[in-house]
Ligand binder design. Sequence first.
Ligand SMILES: [Zn+2]
Length: 279
Amino acid sequence: MIPKKDTPEHRAFLDKLAGLDSFFTDSHAHIHMQPLSDDAEAVLARAAEHKIGRIVTIGIDVEDSGRAVQFAAEYENVYASVGVHPHDTSGFPTDGIDSLRELLKAPKVIALGEIGLDFYYDHSPRETQEKCFASLLGLAEDTGMPVIIHNRDSTARLIEILKAELPVREKSGIIHCFSGDTDLLRYALDNGFYISYAGVVTYPKSEELRRTLQFVPRNRLLIETDAPYLTPAPYRGRTNEPAYTAYTAETVAAELGMSLRETAELLENNFQSLFGDRL
Ligand SMILES: [Zn+2]
């Protein structure tokens, strides 16, 4: 379990991190976005202190994706993904696919996402979300780009659309902020997806989600923050930032009975095998 902050156990964890000669990747953050972008240098410095050596910053609509690309161009060790979040599909312009196709050509853009479905919030009509998701998967097929998938309460439709629109690939992309859904997990593992755990896995009540770590082949695991959202323990309530990936790493390491160093190496191998030729 994650130590409470400012306790001897917590300080020991930070010392252990400081002594680590490997690093972690935050596979999903929104650091080009406010509030994190307001303080980018400090956010990146704290990430480095916590041995977070690489960050993928994720676009949520065309304009925002442009900012992600720009941010990645400015900062070393930051890569970008461009896409349209299901929440934002209502405002997706008719020439949006062409704009994203252009953005995908920029240096340091390694994926198309986040894209998917969200039937929990329903911020955009489901029909609009589905249509947009399908055409974005078409773009992924055209360009060969891995996809970063958002799913909330929409597993059945998500799988149907993926089956229809995305041919089976060896390296399809990432299921972001995995919620523990076993149907999605089965589909994802059979179809070349990697499974990314966010800070939710550190929460005391997330026992069931932690248990799913045992079913995911180790060579398919990744971790992320989804910063500025979903802050892990022991910093719940604060704004999330990539530095806190370290706490998710600690939880994953404990659950799998691995050292922090072994975990860093495993996750780095996984990230390299998915994106290696794009880094
Ligand atoms: Zn996100």
